[in-house]
Design a protein around this ligand. Structure first.
Ligand code: ADP
Ligand code: MG
Length: 311
């Protein structure tokens, strides 16, 4: 279900983001107008999978152009929770800050080959996958230059999608952690994904930000990947004691209905402590409520996938 359906007065703009809106979505404004300018790859080379021959892996982008909303925390802990449930999981660090890579105890500054080389130099993604709590395709500091390096390449929006061909049948779930922008790296994630999960911080709810995200997704759907949709919204950093947080949830549910997962990821310092130890919260504090929250979310995500398969 498109967010826009629930927000009839805020229909996705059919045209690229106008240039007089740079503060809100600078990267998208820069990238999107050129999506159509570059010759698209021949359709025969990049067929859009029909539902019947859909890839085995469920590819999910964790996205929100706002920073600090728990994209990285959710990518890792949801990934580990799905693994606990017996699923084959790959997580991909597509953020030049490398927080996901760090949260598994690796130093992005000391990594030789990373997602940068996968996207720009087209090395196999299996060369940058490290088996830790889950398999992780790592980021390094030079990923910061990927948007610029990619922008000169034909098919720059499909670099990740192409790289995933090698591993789509090796995993049940591929979760992509994206940077806090709607730039070319996030667009690559949207093109490769069949679903987007949006973590939203209950404290600083930005409905406008969510509409912008859906506008970008709508453009990707139109030009590059008709499959991709918002699959769910995860309320994070929830503090049920405050009226503010409860109201934030009410507003989310009012606007987005069933898209809002029932699981509330509560605010607790456990989520900040775990990455310091290089581990997920499921490993750091396996029996605590912080770990349980992501197990609950994993079940909801699996139920949602099952319901879509059955439909
Ligand atoms: P993003 O990837 O969206 O920038 P992060 O996952 O890095 O966000 O989270 C931002 C910060 O908030 C991190 O320090 C993280 O440990 C912390 N954090 C994440 N989830 C929670 C939570 N539910 N409660 C408290 N702190 C959290
Ligand atoms: Mg992050």
């Amino acid at each position: 279900m498109a967010l826009s359906r629930l927000l009839p007065r805020l229909q996705p703009r059919p045209e690229p983001v106008p240039e007089d809106d740079p503060a809100e979505a600078p990267a998208a404004a820069e990238d999107m107008p050129r999506l159509q300018a570059v010759p698209a790859p021949a359709p025969a080379q990049t067929p859009t999978p029909s539902p019947e021959d859909a890839p085995m892996a469920n590819v999910i982008a964790l996205a929100n152009q706002k920073g600090g909303v728990a994209k990285t925390t959710t990518t890792l802990n949801l990934g580990v929770a799905l693994r606990e449930l017996g699923r084959r999981v790959l997580v991909i660090d597509l953020d030049p800050q490398g927080n996901l890579t760090m949260s598994q105890g690796m130093n992005p500054d000391a990594i030789e080959r990373s997602m940068f080389d996968v996207l720009v130099h087209r090395i196999p993604i299996s060369d940058v996958i490290k088996p830790v709590e889950v398999d992780i395709a790592v980021a390094s500091i030079d990923l910061a230059g990927a948007e610029l390096a990619l922008s000169a390449l034909i098919g720059r929006e499909r670099a990740l999608d192409k790289a995933l061909v090698e591993v789509r049948d090796r995993y049940d779930w591929i979760l992509i952690d994206t940077p806090p922008s709607l730039g070319l790296l996030t667009i690559n994630a949207f093109v490769a994904a069949n679903g987007v999960i949006v973590p939203v911080q209950c404290e600083y709810l930005s409905l406008r930000g969510l509409v912008q995200l859906e506008n970008t997704l709508a453009m990707v759907r139109e030009n590059l990947n008709p499959r991709v949709h918002v699959q769910g919204i995860v309320p994070t950093m929830y503090d049920g004691r405050t009226l503010h947080a409860r109201e934030a949830i009410e507003i989310l549910e009012e606007h987005f209905g069933d898209l809002v997962y029932g699981t509330r990821i509560r605010k607790t310092v456990r989520y900040a402590e775990a990455p310091v130890k290089g581990s997920s919260v499921l490993k750091y504090d396996p029996s605590g409520p912080a770990a349980q929250a992501y197990r609950d979310l994993a079940k909801e995500v699996l139920d949602g996938a099952q319901a879509r398969d059955d439909a």
